[in-house]
Design a protein around this ligand. Structure first.
Ligand SMILES: [Zn+2]
Ligand SMILES: [Zn+2]
Length: 358
């Protein structure tokens, strides 16, 4: 059987045995060799075939069977209730231009950490970096209060494997918009991380530690905001800010906005937008989500070719995270950014030809 080129590339990402991937030998602080990676267990896209089932006959996403409906798990609600409820404390702390600026700045920094590191690096290994930077990326992403990097990456890989099918944990087509957006996060059966399923990163004890104790970094983040606010109130009172105000704006408000915009990729980007590629699921390209998420809105592109560091496949598809990753590559912080293959661009050209004929 002829091998699909995507599959070939996927397997070339690392053909080591599982035993070797668990070993930390040969993985120094200076760099992580691509050879040391275990192969990614992700689906292979074959044009004309369903991405998830591989079947020739059910390539239309409208043919996907439906799962049993899900119910909100009340036991999983408290963290999100506290996070959203904390925003109301703004009534007591008030606002200042400095606090609003901090909220926006921290939203952007952490959004980049989620899209570039939690998503493109840990979920898809779209580029390489050193072990030290890998830890920094994980810690930065962890400030977003979206659980640990391995939990996040594992769930996201699962989404690509089952997107919009019965096993997808957050498909709006299967379980409705609200479940796909926030409901699935309340599911307490979905809290743990099966480290056996993410062996490529579970071999790093520092990442497992961050993932297991994923509230440490957010707690340090809040403490850092409070300390900064206190220092500014004491030494720069003209800014009109204080500890409480920076915690409310820099953590609660900024994090709630960050959470909902990130979740729009699971919910809205599978409902609203254009479908350039027939990917066998409901993924869409949506420019508004791309602007808000620094490039993640090109979700149909991403479902077509998930290994690329780039999600806006053309210059007119704004992908700020990709531009920043290119900058980081120039600075020597990351390397080996995976490109969009020429055959995918050829496919777009063919699709345009067909479109112009009809
Ligand atoms: Zn998706
Ligand atoms: Zn992805």
């Amino acid at each position: 059987m002829k091998k699909n080129p995507d599959e070939k590339l996927l397997n070339n990402q690392g053909s080591d045995t599982i035993a070797r991937s668990f070993s930390t030998r040969g993985v120094g602080l200076a760099g992580i060799s691509g050879e040391a990676y275990a192969p990614l267990d992700l689906p292979t896209f074959v044009p004309g075939k369903n991405t998830n089932t591989g079947s020739e006959t059910d390539s239309s996403p409208d043919d996907i069977p439906f799962a049993e409906p899900k119910r909100i798990d009340l036991r999983g609600i408290p963290p999100y209730l506290i996070l959203h409820g904390g925003c109301l404390a703004v009534y007591f702390t008030g606002w200042s231009w400095f606090a609003i600026g901090a909220a926006v700045f921290l939203y952007l920094v952490r959004m980049f950490a989620i899209t570039a590191f939690y998503h493109r690096y840990f979920s898809h290994r779209a580029f390489k970096t050193s072990r030290f930077m890998q830890f920094v990326f994980a810690a930065l992403g962890n400030t977003a209060f979206q659980r640990g990097p391995l939990w996040w990456a594992l769930n996201h890989r699962h989404h690509h494997k089952h997107s919009d099918h019965v096993d997808d944990k957050h498909s709006p087509k299967q379980f409705g918009f609200f479940w796909s957006h926030l409901g699935w996060l309340t599911d307490t059966e979905n809290l743990s991380t099966d480290y056996k399923k993410i062996k490529d990163f579970a071999r790093f004890p520092e990442l497992v530690f961050l993932n297991r104790y994923n509230l440490i970094v957010p707690a340090l983040y809040v403490a850092g905001l409070a300390a900064t606010g206190w220092l500014l109130e004491t030494f720069a009172p003209g800014l009109g800010t204080n500890a409480g105000q920076l915690v409310v704006w820099g953590f609660f408000i900024s994090t709630v906005a960050l959470l909902h915009v990130t979740l729009l990729v699971n919910s809205l980007a599978h409902v609203w937008g254009k479908r350039r590629f027939d990917t066998g699921d409901h993924s869409r390209n949506n420019w508004l989500i791309a602007v808000l998420t620094l490039g993640e809105g090109w979700h149909n592109n991403h479902h077509r070719y998930q290994h690329s560091a780039r999600q806006g496949f053309f210059w007119f598809e704004l992908d700020v995270s990709y531009y920043l990753l290119k900058l980081m590559e120039r600075l020597g912080l990351i390397y080996d950014l995976k490109p969009v293959p020429q055959r995918v661009y050829d496919e777009v050209r063919e699709l345009k030809k067909i479109e112009s004929k009809t």
